[in-house]
Design a protein around this ligand. Structure first.
Ligand code: SF4
Ligand code: SF4
Ligand code: SF4
Length: 299
């Protein structure tokens, strides 16, 4: 393809993009809503108390209409010692780790969305389908989602899952902190069911204090660290443990909020009212030109 044709193509792609920008910019609101209320809620997970019963998994599945299986069926389908991540059928899972100091005493770790204070998923989402609510919950809106799955790539905890087995309108699936329940004054389903109070629900600043008090009062029980206190700028779910968190499946993360890069790119683009279709038109044009260039070279 000659240079003139390439220029014409890019001009057309840019014109389409600009035209669609004019049509859609008012509808698109990519600026993330991120309200960090002083009174936001959180959960303190005490892994030294959790007995690995997995009733939280079952309660979560029932509360969200994924399954009504009894706990024995759930346990027969997946092994607690097999390391799992939350998926599109279970927003939370419990993993078991060996405790080398006491082989009888395994360490059980419940995993779900951490409801980050500066959520990378919120920043990465180009159409504002993710929001950080005032009570600390990070929510996802099926009506806004365009299925790009940037959120899955952006999340430092690998939490958002995708309904790959659903052909029409598949959803992103992740813990919603039982938003429908908490706004009615109910406890999240997993917290309500936990038989040993391994999960404490409350105001985040109070949970921080509780966690520090536990570490101070029981130095032989806990390592001197709260996971989620500083990681990626802080999370609404906090963890206490008797062992290094890196031995328990937790990722090593910086203390800086991770949204920085994705936010700069995504919202820099949207600040100039360029909606996704314009970006796709430009990217399509670049791919088309590259393909033609490769064809010419191979010829
Ligand atoms: S853990 Fe992942 S999905 Fe959950 S709020 Fe943080 S970035 Fe978003
Ligand atoms: S808070 Fe609700 S959605 Fe999240 S893991 Fe617990 S039961 Fe599941
Ligand atoms: S219900 Fe409580 S004790 Fe049972 S696995 Fe979940 S967090 Fe652990």
């Amino acid at each position: 393809m000659g240079n003139q044709n390439r220029r014409d193509f890019l001009k057309s792609a840019i014109s389409i993009g600009t035209a669609t920008a004019g049509l859609n910019s008012s509808k698109l609101n990519a600026k993330p809503k991120n309200i960090l209320s002083e009174d936001r809620m959180g959960v303190l997970v005490d892994t030294t108390v959790c007995v690995g019963c997995r009733l939280c998994e079952q309660a979560c599945q029932i509360a969200h209409g994924f399954s009504d299986q009894d706990i024995d069926t759930i346990k027969s389908q997946t092994e607690i010692k097999e390391f799992r991540r939350p998926d599109h059928k279970s927003m939370t899972v419990v993993n078991q780790f060996n405790n080398p100091d006491n082989i009888e005493n395994q360490i059980n770790v419940k995993v779900q969305c951490m409801h980050c204070d500066h959520p990378a998923c919120v920043s990465a989402c180009i159409v504002g389908a993710f929001t950080k609510e005032e009570n600390g919950t990070v929510l996802w809106d099926s009506d806004k989602c365009i299925g790009c799955r940037y959120c899955m790539v952006a999340c430092p905890f690998q939490i958002p899952a995708f309904e790959f087995d659903i052909a029409i309108h598949p959803n992103i699936v992740k813990c919603d902190f039982c938003f429908d329940r908490t706004k009615e004054g109910q406890l999240p389903a997993c917290i309500e069911i936990c038989p040993v109070e391994a999960l404490t629900y409350g105001k985040l600043y109070e949970l921080h204090k509780l966690a520090h008090d536990k570490i101070k009062n029981y130095p032989d029980r806990y390592i001197d660290r709260i996971f989620g206190d500083l990681e990626v700028g802080g999370t609404s779910w906090l963890y206490l443990a008797s062992r290094d968190f890196n031995d328990l499946g937790f990722p090593k993360l910086s203390h800086n909020p991770s949204p920085g890069v994705s936010e700069a790119i995504q919202h820099g683009v949207f600040a100039y009212f360029i909606p996704p279709i314009s970006v796709y038109a430009l990217l399509g044009g670049v791919m088309w030109l590259t393909k033609n260039k490769n064809n010419t070279e191979s010829e």
